[in-house]
Ligand binder design. Structure first.
Ligand code: SF4
Length: 387
């Protein structure tokens, strides 16, 4: 029998569509040998972690310990301030000790931080089992934004990405993703206003946990972060995109496209050998139709690979008629990779070509280059691999 605290399935359509989703991943060849390892790890931890629970799940957990239900709200509120058991001062000491012996918090602790000259801060988090993931905090005029990881490493194999090297160790649980936000907020002493799921991992391969995390993140008795200020980034898995749209959560979908055609995309992203650009674009159109929200296409400009004016024209042709915006960013190069970011002239020309063709686009700054700003670099350094 499913333990009562595993997942409150209320409003979680993924479970109803789970068989279809798993089947689609098999069709696309996206289930790897590490899947079983991740599931075992998830199940072991899931039964124990308080940060994975909604208030109603906490109520049941406390009732099973013979405690009053009203304590659940108090505990939930403390947990979502990033508090440890010792800090829960309005909870009786005996109950705090019981909670500590029966459950883990299940968050993510900052074990390293690096601050860039441009103010960007990169975090290395450690999870309960010693796995490490990264997050990046950036300050903008509109507030503080945090980029978080959804998996420890990534199986998608993108040729320009440090997170792909070594593959995916496991999925992150909802409370671990929440823990990335809570720890960063305590570190900086400011409210995190925007969250971007664009660190290590492919969120659509951990969708059930991601959806629960999003519900916890926006819970009115918790951090209460508006989901309109949250972006979920994917390399473009159509079934996952459809399920995210069906979830009814008003997040922004960001698709890492990085190429105007299959030939270039296949050279950069192995997933493109299974999922053609046309399928990705079709899924984006479906998302816009279901949600009424525009889609963001991420496009890393790589010198001599995808940054010619003809590539911009081809991209504009593909995106015509879609309610979308293109974020261009010169690639943050890795030492292990042969790819380098495009220069300023080529970048400006690419942007102008797109906008002249009436495609909404902006050039994003490449932040944190002096602190291993690219996805997955810091984790590799502290896992003993110099980059
Ligand atoms: S870019 Fe994203 S999807 Fe690709 S390997 Fe890196 S983390 Fe995974």
């Amino acid at each position: 029998m499913r333990p009562f605290w595993v997942t409150d399935t209320t409003n979680v359509p993924v479970l109803g569509s789970r068989t279809r989703y798993i089947a689609s991943l098999q069709v696309y060849g996206l289930i790897y040998a590490t899947k079983r390892k991740r599931q075992l790890s998830d199940m072991k931890d899931k039964n124990l972690n308080l940060l994975d629970m909604f208030p109603e799940e906490l109520e049941k957990a406390l009732e099973s310990l013979g405690e009053k239900k009203f304590r659940a709200k108090q505990v939930f509120s403390w947990l979502h301030k990033g508090a440890d058991f010792d800090e829960m001062t309005n909870i009786p000491k005996a109950l705090r000790e019981t909670l500590q012996s029966e459950f883990a918090l299940g968050g993510s602790a900052i074990v390293k931080r690096r601050e860039s000259r441009d103010g960007t801060v990169k975090y290395l988090y450690e999870l309960g089992d010693g796995e490490r993931v990264e997050g990046v905090r950036m300050k903008y005029k509109h507030g503080v934004s945090l980029c978080i990881s959804t998996q420890a490493g990534c199986d998608m194999g993108c040729a320009f990405c440090a997170s792909a090297i070594g593959g995916c160790a496991r999925n992150l649980l909802p409370g671990e993703m929440l823990g990335e936000v809570l720890s960063a907020q305590r570190d900086c002493g400011e409210r995190i206003s925007n969250v971007v799921l664009m660190g290590s991992g492919e969120p659509m391969l951990n969708l059930e946990n991601v959806l629960k995390f999003l519900r916890l993140l926006s819970h009115p008795e918790g951090l209460n972060i508006s989901l309109r200020s949250v972006s979920v980034s994917t390399c473009g898995l159509p079934e996952g995109i459809a399920l995210l749209a069906d979830s009814g959560l008003p997040v922004t979908l960001a698709i890492s496209l990085h190429a105007p055609n299959d030939a270039i995309r296949q050279a950069l992203m192995p997933v493109a050998k299974r999922i053609p650009v046309d399928d990705v674009i079709k899924a984006a159109r479906g998302y816009v139709k279901t949600t009424g929200r525009r889609v963001i296409f991420e496009y890393a400009l790589i010198g001599g690979v995808n940054d010619e004016p003809e590539h911009a024209r081809e991209l504009a042709g593909r995106l015509r008629g879609i309610q979308c915006h293109v974020n261009l960013i010169p690639l943050n190069a890795l030492a292990e990779s042969k790819f380098t970011g495009s220069g300023p002239e080529r970048t400006a020309e690419f942007l102008k070509t797109l906008t002249d063709l009436h495609i909404s686009a902006t050039l994003r700054r490449s932040l944190g280059a002096d602190i291993d700003g690219a996805c997955g670099q810091l984790r590799r350094v502290y896992n003993g691999v110099q980059v």
